[in-house]
Design a protein around this ligand. Structure first.
Ligand code: SF4
Length: 179
């Protein structure tokens, strides 16, 4: 299958790319993440992926024009308690749209690698967005490679952020420092 893989960050891409390629799929990455705050952090994650994409052995589409925090802010405003759903939705819908335009057979996301994400929500959302048509949503539980991904990213010397991406997630991560 020719699969468009939404990539949230370099470290989370290691296992999905490795496993998908090992299974014989053709993988192209897509970096579209308007959730990342601040802009300097967006650039840092993007540049980390760029620096390692040859090692991963994939082409990556960088949709910097999608980096409009207003899109994310409007999607989650007054829905903060359920913000991750809307954050996933923005990125998966965008990935599905580009996959369709690009003639991919399927789309998926490195969000399915993280043990810190709402895995079942992402899986259900991906299937809903695909709607049973083409491109289909490719589901795999990449969390089984959680430890492998961490160890590889450390061995490679990749930048590894310690919060999910948005301002709210950073505040939650640092509450014990701020409060
Ligand atoms: S915590 Fe992560 S997934 Fe949830 S809204 Fe923030 S950036 Fe998006």
């Amino acid at each position: 299958m020719r699969i468009l893989l939404h990539i949230c960050c370099g470290p989370c891409a290691i296992v999905p790319v490795k496993w998908l390629k090992a299974a014989g799929h053709e993988v192209v990455g897509l970096f579209t993440n308007p959730n990342i705050h601040p802009a300097a952090e967006y650039v840092r994650r993007r540049e980390t992926l760029k620096a390692f994409q040859d090692r991963l052995g994939i082409e990556v589409i960088y949709k910097d024009t999608d980096y409009d925090p207003v899109i994310w802010l409007r999607a989650v405003a007054f829905r903060e308690a359920n913000r991750c759903f809307h954050c996933y939705q923005i990125r998966l819908e965008r990935t599905r749209g580009i996959a369709k335009t690009g003639g991919f057979e399927a789309f998926t996301s490195t969000l399915l690698y993280s043990k810190r994400q709402k895995h079942e929500v992402i899986a259900a959302l991906g299937r809903d967005i695909a709607g049973g048509g083409r491109p289909e949503f490719f589901y795999q539980d990449f969390r089984e490679g959680w430890r492998e991904g961490i160890e590889t990213s450390k061995a490679w010397g990749m930048y590894r952020q310690d919060w999910c991406g948005c301002l709210l997630s950073e505040v939650e991560r640092r509450n014990n420092i701020i409060l």
